[in-house]
Ligand binder design. Structure first.
Ligand code: THU
Length: 133
């Protein structure tokens, strides 16, 4: 199994564990860190709606908790006919740990449908460089 196939498998598994009783829209993500380790996450909604969190947020939290800091590849799988693209907030969260060339593979339970770089998805993003870091 290729590394990307493994990422799709983990994202699909995470998607099946999503807690999305309000939107009924499950999302699963898998991040590959520079270390080669893979981190999955799903969306976790809440009865107090704004307290819900996106799948990317869950996966980034798992990655940072484990000690990794650089994302080199991302898979985002979501339900529905339309392509599940990362929301604006999650693009910004990805920017913190990824670069403009980082590939973002997007699709559904059927697999990857489209790949774009983070820079294409989020032109002129605000990054730690803007702060001079
Ligand atoms: N969602 C994600 O998990 N990631 C995204 O990038 C897009 C949206 C979730 C949030 C919410 O639980 C559900 O999808 C519907 O918006």
């Amino acid at each position: 199994m290729s590394a990307l196939d493994e990422m799709v498998t983990l994202a699909r598994r995470a998607m099946s564990n999503a807690h999305a009783p309000y939107s009924r829209f499950a999302v699963g993500v898998c991040l590959r860190a520079e270390s080669g380790r893979l981190y999955a996450g799903c969306n976790v909604e809440n009865a107090a709606y704004p307290q819900g969190q996106c799948a990317e947020t869950s996966a980034i939290g798992a990655m940072v908790t484990a000690g990794d800091r650089r994302i080199v590849e991302v898979v985002v799988l979501g339900g529905g006919e339309a392509l599940c693209t990362p929301c604006g907030g999650c693009r910004q969260r990805l920017v913190e740990f990824a670069g403009p060339e980082t590939p973002i593979h997007m699709g559904g339970a059927d697999g990857i449908r489209r790949t774009m770089t983070l820079g294409e998805l989020t032109p002129l993003f605000f990054s730690p460089q803007n702060l001079g870091r």
